[in-house]
Design a binder for this molecule. Structure first.
Ligand SMILES: [Zn+2]
Length: 364
């Protein structure tokens, strides 16, 4: 069984990796593509949802002038300005989802911002640099060494850990400059509305409920509109790609188990719910897609078990080397290498395999 696209225009744009047009996707709901610079995902869908005389936004997208213009001109074409935005609901704290929040708030300080407390905590830890955002461990720890990465490749992995006072060591890459991003995020409001599992968004009209779906990030949430069966799935369920699991603060310890649990959780939703993801295209077939994602991770776990038996070197790097990667392990560089190692580590942890970081990884 396969999923079924709900928009040939969105599917075509995704296939060609070009920006699709703004599209009305349900009564009072619009998908607004906001570009992501130098990234194979090309854009994030920000969803505008009518609310009284204005609207709310889910995930306004990456920060930047072009992005702000893309979003605000889309709003204008729908008859709104930033002053009409009542609030912003966030699925998770990644930059391609929350980047524009400070700029929008600056323009309209009256809007609310709502997100799960665990992702707000991640943002705060990120500023204080008390943990590395990618790994959830003390940033002074050499995760590359712990993972068994050959010394001549340490810089590729280290460059993605948040650096301390010594300034940015960030490589150019899809991760972008994390220090700039941190600066921007320091203007996140202190008064974020905390969403729990089942919280209703503070809307003037209509109803949207949050479901906590930890996995891609620990505080990831999806939003459900029950009246017409819409699922705003963020990065939890995407039509053609598997969200990275393992790239989150403290996530090594529980991300995959959480993710599989969160796939189970949305198994309660109606079979013909319309899935409105942050990347790709909208589709029907949530439960088929859930099964594909679960199979993908089961297969990964089997591969790891086989690799463990085939080699004596049980470091994360060595295990990752033996797994199947779409463009081959040797083509993985910088951020992609880091993401692959994080993903491998998350699967190994799920299998109770020692990651070589021992007590460095918070237990729980
Ligand atoms: Zn995303």
């Amino acid at each position: 069984m396969a999923i079924e696209t709900l928009s040939s225009a969105q599917s075509a744009a995704w296939k060609d990796r070009v920006l699709p047009a703004v599209e009305k996707v349900a009564e009072g709901v619009w998908a607004i593509p906001v570009p992501i610079p130098n990234n194979p995902l090309v854009y994030t869908y920000c969803y505008g949802i009518a609310d009284g005389s204005g609207l709310i936004l889910i995930d306004p997208g990456w920060d930047g002038k072009d992005q702000y213009l893309a979003l605000t001109s889309a709003l204008e074409s729908l008859g709104f300005t930033v002053a009409n935005v009542h609030g912003i609901a966030i699925t998770h704290y990644h930059r391609d989802h929350i980047g524009l929040v400070p700029a929008l708030l600056h323009k309209n300080p009256d809007m609310w911002v709502a997100m799960h407390g665990e992702d707000l905590r991640s943002i705060k830890q990120f500023f204080s640099q008390s943990v590395d955002l990618g790994t959830g461990v003390d940033p002074s720890i050499n995760i590359a060494r712990a993972y068994g990465v050959p010394e001549d490749r340490w810089a590729e992995v280290e460059s993605l850990q948040v650096s301390g006072k010594n300034g940015s060591k960030n490589a150019k890459g899809s991760a972008g400059s994390k220090n700039d991003f941190a600066l921007l995020m320091s203007s996140m409001p202190e008064t974020v509305t905390i969403l729990d599992d089942g919280s209703q968004l503070p809307m003037e009209s209509g109803a949207l409920r949050a479901l906590w779906t930890p996995g891609h990030t620990y505080g990831h949430s999806v939003f459900v509109r029950d009246e017409d069966q819409l699922l705003f799935s963020g990065d939890h369920v995407l039509p053609t790609i598997t969200p990275n699991i393992g790239l989150d603060s403290g996530a090594i310890t529980h991300s995959l188990g959480d993710y599989l649990g969160s796939l189970d959780k949305i198994g309660n939703l109606d079979a013909d719910v319309s899935v409105l993801p942050a990347h790709g295209f909208r589709f029907h077939g949530l439960h088929d897609r859930r099964r594909e994602l679960i199979d993908h991770h089961r297969q990964r776990l089997n591969e790891i078990t086989e690799r463990m038996e085939a080699t004596d070197d049980h470091s994360v790097y060595s295990i990752a080397q033996g797994l199947h990667w779409s463009r081959g392990f040797d083509s993985l560089r910088n951020f992609n290498l880091f993401a692959a190692l994080a993903e491998t580590a998350a699967h190994m942890h799920y299998l109770d395999i020692d990651l070589g970081v021992g007590s460095l990884v918070p237990q729980g």
